[in-house]
Design a binder for this molecule. Structure first.
Ligand code: F6R
Length: 605
């Protein structure tokens, strides 16, 4: 993970780099640092979030028109000042920032230590800067030394380097971790994604694997590792500059929860055509799509939960067999894949390393791939055969909320589309389902009227040590999602279970201290879920029911949600569990937008 950013131009670098790494803080916030060049390399760094470190070190006191910065999610070495990037050569003439993992760092370190290099951190990164130094000492130029170093290191990396003796240059390389150039007038920006670049220029170059770039303020030259020049297209960003602010909300997460009526609209806007869905970027012909016999859905975390709902959509709506796989497990199973299969990858960031690896696995077996991605121009968006953008806008809260419901919206539309083209879904049914979808944003607004009830429940249960979430069929992934939200932002241990599975083990946990959140809309499984609730009640568990049934009493707490079709219910029922997690975390005084140990974009395996 980690975010890296750099600037070379005519302005002061530190304020630009500081703003840039703040925008990349979603990628990790264990430590941060900035280096600028002004006669010599001057660096400030520290442990913790950027705002706090800045108060201690005053990043803006750094001078110079060339600089780079880093915000870290620790892999090798604990979060500490000494492990914070940038890292330096022994003579302090070379500095680097790195996102990724150097897999053979230990063996390289052993060799370098024997050659007399003095390591100051426990990071895998530091070997890179010492290797460059070693190769320069052997008589190589900075460029030669960097390229030779890249041939010695293994793993995933986006690296930016600067050398005091070449004050007008930055060097950058990309291998498996993302890196983007922003091309301005007499200035060039480098960052892990376009977010920090957008305020300055809409001209960006997405670097590709093995791209090595030498950058001056008014030029950049991209070569491959064999030193052959390569041309990369300049992309003009046409995305409106969206203001990243919390508005009147206390946290981004809350704002993003409340954005959902709008973000769902954005996921379906322009994609409804009377009795079918329509898409601009699938890039796979209807003839090919008709032949699909099995859909494999994959993703991580919340995106994986959305895959579970999607799998049921494809089975029930399009009548296509569907299989859901954790992206992190998929490639290690030697999956049997053939030309009748389609891989659908879900990702908010479009940068999740395991999801990228799943696509590579499918591609190696000639399987077509579709990405449902939020971040425009991200790695996944660029590597899949076709895609559907969620258009949910930036999701800043580390815990995903709005992109879960956008993913479900896009999956619902895609399952309608596939059902229509393979003849398994009638025009009438498709039309009815699309009408239902168009009414959904209003229904979500109705859920928000339960917020006072949710706050009350949060204030009653926030001291709980554990929680159980139950749901069936379409609401089982919501149970998983509710448990994940609670765990990650409030640090309360929680588990999601299919309601009927509870009696096969977890029921042993139930006592008067165990809140059990049951997602129980009045659908075809309602009476069965009611029986499961009785099983909890008889063991003195505290039952919090999310239901459409206004007449029900006898539960400890009820959160009412509006009635919608069974297919759309998870888009509604997830909202109370998002809010519940939010208000419980708030009661506990947690750092909601930046929960401990997490990062929004998981770019390591
Ligand atoms: C949980 C959460 C994570 C992500 C996961 C995948 O709230 O945000 O579980 O869902 O890391 O990330 P993307 O969707 O960016 O591939």
């Amino acid at each position: 993970m980690c975010g890296i950013a750099a600037y070379i131009g005519q302005k002061e670098a530190a304020p630009i780099v500081l703003e840039a790494i703040k925008k990349l803080e979603y990628r990790g916030y264990d430590s941060c640092g900035i280096v600028t060049l002004n006669d010599s390399l001057t660096c400030k760094k520290g442990t913790g979030k950027i705002e706090d470190v800045d108060k201690q070190v005053n990043f803006l006191s750094l001078r110079g028109n060339v600089g780079m910065g880093h915000t870290r999610w620790a892999t090798h070495g604990e979060p500490s000042d000494r492990n914070a990037h940038p890292h330096f050569s022994c003579d302090n003439n070379i500095a680097i920032v790195h996102n990724g993992i150097i897999e053979n760092s230990e063996e390289l370190k052993t060799i370098l230590v024997k050659s007399g290099h003095n390591f100051r951190s426990e990071t895998d990164t530091e070997v890179v800067v010492h290797l460059i130094e070693e190769l320069i000492n052997e008589g190589n130029s900075m460029e030669e030394a960097f390229v030779k170093t890249l041939k010695l290191i293994e793993g995933a990396f986006a690296i930016v380097a600067m050398n005091k003796n070449e004050p007008n240059k930055l060097y950058a390389v990309k291998q498996s971790s993302p890196l983007v150039l922003g091309i301005g007038e007499n200035e060039i920006f480098i960052a892990s994604d376009v977010l920090p670049i957008q305020p300055y220029t809409n001209k960006v170059v997405y670097l590709q694997d093995e791209d090595f770039v030498v950058i001056t303020k008014d030029n950049y030259e991209i070569k491959n590792l064999s030193k052959i020049k390569v041309n990369r297209e300049v992309t003009i960003l046409n995305e409106n500059l969206e203001e990243i602010s919390k508005g009147n909300f206390e946290h981004f997460m809350l704002k993003e929860i409340y954005e959902q009526p709008e973000t769902i609209k954005r996921a379906f806007r322009g994609r409804i055509d009377k009795d079918n869905a329509k898409f601009g970027g699938l890039n796979i012909s209807n003839e090919q799509l008709k032949k699909i016999k099995r859909i494999v859905l994959t993703g991580c975390g919340t995106s994986w939960h959305a895959c579970l709902v999607g799998g049921s959509y494809f089975q029930e709506i399009s009548k296509i067999a569907a299989q859901v796989e954790y992206a992190s497990e998929f490639r290690y199973k030697n999956p049997v894949l053939g030309e009748d299969d389609l891989l659908i990858v879900l990702s908010q960031s479009g940068e999740t390393a395991d999801s990228i690896a799943a696509i590579q696995e499918a591609k190696s077996k000639n399987v077509k791939t579709i990405g449902l991605v939020n971040v425009v121009g991200s790695s996944i968006a660029r590597m899949v055969d076709g895609g559907i953008y969620l258009h949910a806008g930036h999701e800043i809260g580390v815990a995903s909320t709005k992109t879960f419901t956008s993913h479900l919206t896009a999956l619902y539309l895609l399952s309608i589309y596939l059902g229509r083209i393979n003849g398994n879904l009638s025009k009438e049914k498709a039309k009815e389902m699309l009408n239902d979808l168009e009414k959904l944003p209003e229904k979500i607004n109705e859920v928000f009227s339960s917020v006072d009830e949710i706050k009350k429940i949060a204030s009653k249960y926030f001291k709980s040590k554990n929680a159980l979430y139950l749901g069936r069929h379409y609401n089982f992934p919501v149970a998983l999602e509710g448990a994940l939200k609670l765990k990650e932002i409030s640090y309360i241990h929680a588990e999601g279970y299919p309601a009927a599975e509870m009696k096969h083990g977890p029921i042993a946990l139930i006592d008067e201290n165990m809140p059990v959140i049951v997602i129980a809309p009045e659908d075809r499984l309602y009476s069965k879920v009611m029986s499961n609730i009785q099983e909890v009640k008889s063991r003195k568990g505290k039952v919090i029911v999310v239901t459409t049934d206004a007449t029900k009493n006898g539960f400890d707490e009820v959160i009412l949600i509006p009635k919608v079709s069974e297919f759309l219910m998870p888009i509604i029922s997830v909202i109370p569990v998002q809010l519940l997690a939010y208000y419980i975390a708030k009661e506990r005084g947690c750092d909601i937008d930046k929960p401990r140990n997490l990062a929004k974009s998981v770019t390591v395996e």
